[in-house]
Design a protein around this ligand. Structure first.
Ligand SMILES: Cc1cc2nc3c(=O)[nH]c(=O)nc-3n(C[C@H](O)[C@H](O)[C@H](O)COP(=O)(O)OP(=O)(O)OC[C@H]3O[C@@H](n4cnc5c(N)ncnc54)[C@H](O)[C@@H]3O)c2cc1C
Length: 498
């Protein structure tokens, strides 16, 4: 208990304790760059710009950093990861170059990826070699067609013809083979919500990234990753603040001039918004600041879908055999239909199994997280009672489904709870609770911001290609390089003698 020398000391202490904390205490009046949002793209951009010697302020409205790369703890030493289910091998290189070796060295492969649906049940390492084997031996496809498909997918890039859809791509290589389409597409639809009608390049790029070497995660858990990223940012001079909600991006005749955060104005020469693309344009800047044509394009950007999740923790001493798999794509739907994956009447789930090796230094705990793509509209307008009942139903149906893979799971589970599109919206402010940013057209709008307003940038999940952990980090890298160039150029203009 605190001891006070006088009544005056006590009064001062009591006054301070009753005042709301100033999360902006000690910030400078001006920075080179303000980054709005601490998702993986925001933090990566902040880290690179800080490392390059710019004065960087990172503002996060939530009470912790990480955005959707997040976790939560529950009594009994249980920690749940929200979006640590799998990313491609490319993360190692990106983390080594733009974060540090320690982070990169904690990235490990998941070797047991399972599929279980009425069309097939199989286990794979989810890389090109194993998929080729499966497609040839199990699905009876000619090796030439498989090789040609993989080469075509790997050769796709952003500058290609974007008219071909993923459906047309599959039809070209595997006509009439719904089972093959399911094997190739179902995990990608789970991973980023893309459909058969999206441009084939979005599929080709994401799928090939995974096929390069398989599926990876961060050993140590999201909490460890974000803690290490925070330390690296501090080392590089980034001023990172939580509970700092940016309401406005200020724009003058010369371009960006600052932000309004928690009611206070802070000047800057550039803004990188990691917030939702539509919120950035329409809420924080205002459409009157953009060309009418650009506003039309921005209005036409479709948000990606949201998700539901059920988090389950096993009682101490209860175990799951590792042969159950690391990732299990299960479905009871007879056919693969992307819209079925979003349906409130859930037939398809991805189970992630977190064995004690996920957090080698923590107490030995097992957790299972079930993830399903979901529509905002199915959850947004429920009354409180309906919402609670819907969550309870989601938990019940998930436990029923898990029973097939972990018999007796109900008796083994110590804690269970659910998240819905409303949860994701609540914590990240993403419109419609979007888990993966926007559809493809969002990328061009995001890239177009600096041409509209000098010093205004967006880095965060957009366009399917730039979403997910790797996509978001890589987008943060691309944008930070552009901001760096712009800052250097404008310094030279202001002060040609330097
Ligand atoms: C359920 C689920 C599972 C997923 N699983 C995987 C997976 O297995 N593998 C994978 O690669 N990806 C996965 N993802 C996707 C991945 O998590 C995201 O694509 C990625 O983390 C997004 O990073 P981001 O940089 O776009 O920003 P976000 O994580 O979206 O963060 C944006 C940040 O901006 C902040 N913000 C917003 N507005 C303001 C404001 N006005 N002021 C201040 N701060 C603001 C938010 O609070 C948030 O912290 C999953 C996503 C979900 C929802």
């Amino acid at each position: 208990m605190a001891r006070f020398r006088s009544q005056r000391d006590f009064n001062a202490f009591a006054l301070q304790a009753s005042m709301p904390k100033d999360f902006l205490a000690g910030v400078l009046p001006e920075y080179d760059v303000v980054v709005i949002g601490s998702g993986l793209a925001g933090m990566t951009a902040a880290n690179i710009l800080g490392r390059a010697g710019h004065r960087v302020l990172l503002l996060e409205q939530h009470y912790k950093l990480g955005g959707l790369a997040t976790w939560f703890k529950r009594p009994g030493s249980h920690t749940f990861d929200i979006s640590l289910h799998g990313f491609p091998y490319g993360m190692i290189k990106s983390c080594r170059r733009y974060w540090n070796e320690e982070i990169a060295s904690n990235i490990v492969q998941l070797k047991n990826i399972r599929f279980d649906n009425p069309m097939f049940s199989l286990t794979t390492t989810f890389n090109r070699e194993d998929f080729t084997r499966l497609l040839v031996e199990r699905f009876g496809i000619e090796e030439r067609a498989v090789t040609s498909f993989f080469d075509t997918a790997r050769g796709m890039n952003f500058y290609d013809d974007q008219r071909m859809t993923t459906r047309e791509l599959f039809e070209k290589f595997f006509p009439g083979r719904e089972d093959v389409v399911r094997l190739l597409m179902e995990p990608i639809t789970y991973a980023n919500g893309s459909t058969l009608e999206d441009p084939a390049i979005t599929y080709g790029i994401v799928f090939s990234n995974f096929m390069a070497k398989g599926v990876f995660i961060y050993e140590g858990g999201t909490d460890d990753l974000v803690t290490k990223m925070q330390a690296e940012m501090t080392k590089n001079g980034v001023d990172a603040r939580i509970r700092c909600d940016v309401s406005k991006i200020l724009v003058g005749p010369e371009g960006v001039r600052g932000v309004v955060v928690n009611g206070r104005e802070i000047k800057c020469r550039a803004v990188v918004s990691n917030s939702n693309l539509r919120s950035t344009i329409f809420d924080m800047v205002g459409e009157d600041k953009f060309d009418p044509q650009f506003v039309q394009e921005a209005k036409a950007v479709r948000l990606n879908n949201s998700s539901t999740q059920v988090y389950m923790a096993l009682k101490p001493g209860c175990t799951v055999d590792e042969s159950t798999g690391d990732l299990l794509f299960c479905s009871t739907a007879n056919l693969f239909r992307t819209e079925l994956l979003l349906d409130r009447n859930i037939t398809s789930r991805t189970f992630s199994f977190y064995y004690p090796r996920t957090r080698p230094h923590a107490k030995e705990r097992y957790a299972i997280v079930s993830s399903t793509n979901a529509n905002w509209s199915d959850w947004a307008n429920l009354s409180d009672e309906e919402y609670e009942a819907s969550k309870a139903d989601l938990i019940e149906s998930t436990l029923n489904s898990l029973e097939k893979y972990v018999p007796g799971c109900r008796d083994m589970i110590e804690h269970v709870e659910a998240a819905t599109p409303r949860t994701f919206h609540h914590y990240t402010k993403h419109q419609l609770g979007a888990s993966f940013g926007t559809k493809f057209e969002g990328l061009a709008v995001s890239r177009g911001l600096p041409q509209q307003i000098k010093g205004l940038y967006h880095a965060g999940s957009v366009g399917i290609i730039m979403s997910g952990w790797l996509g978001a980090i890589n987008y943060g890298v691309i944008v930070s390089n552009e901001v760096d160039q712009m800052l250097i150029k404008s310094s030279l203009t202001i002060s040609p003698s330097h």
